[in-house]
Design a protein around this ligand. Sequence first.
Ligand SMILES: [Ca+2]
Ligand SMILES: [Ca+2]
Ligand SMILES: [Ca+2]
Length: 217
Amino acid sequence: MGRTGRLFIVLLFFTLTVALTNSALAKLIPDPVGDTFGDGLIDIINMDVQFDSDNLYISANFASQVSEPGTGNPYDLYGFIDLDVDQDPSTGGPAWSDLLFGASTDIGSDYFIMFDFTAPPDGLVQLYAFGTPTSPFIDDVPISFYTRSFSATVPLGVIGDDGWVNYGAVFGTINGPNDLVPNDGYATSQAVPEPATMLLLGSGLIGLAGLRRSFNR
Ligand SMILES: [Ca+2]
Ligand SMILES: [Ca+2]
Ligand SMILES: [Ca+2]
């Protein structure tokens, strides 16, 4: 194997290392199947909150079907996502799982997203800032529902955050909560893969192609 071939192997190794690091970053927060309560219709499988320089991207997968609140489907998804944007339990308020179940999540919820109990299905859920005695409405958050998942996008400009947040969520039906994620404690947001990493991954794949060529020669 010539010098070019060795260079390709080094490139490939570096690329695999970077790819593995990124798959660790993109790991979903898992939640057990079958750990529901109440009417048990909504069962969270996992949840993920990632950020880039512009947005927080919030998504969750469910064992059950889910639909946007307000459609009248039994699987219409209701609930709350708590966002501790300064990762400080002493600012903001208690998480909804603490309020509803006496959990102790160590979240100081500065903002929460409510899956609205009254709005028609309009592709939006509502962002509130924690406050006493009332929590002011901040903005609508665009959300897309798929058969067993949803994905919502919160502009960082709205919550004034650097992208790192602690979060937790409670989901259920219109009849009440069914599942918490995480069950005890909180999860922390992650960065989405950077374009520079994608470039490295791309150059590694080109390297792999080159390596095959040099072997075939
Ligand atoms: Ca679950
Ligand atoms: Ca806080
Ligand atoms: Ca759970």
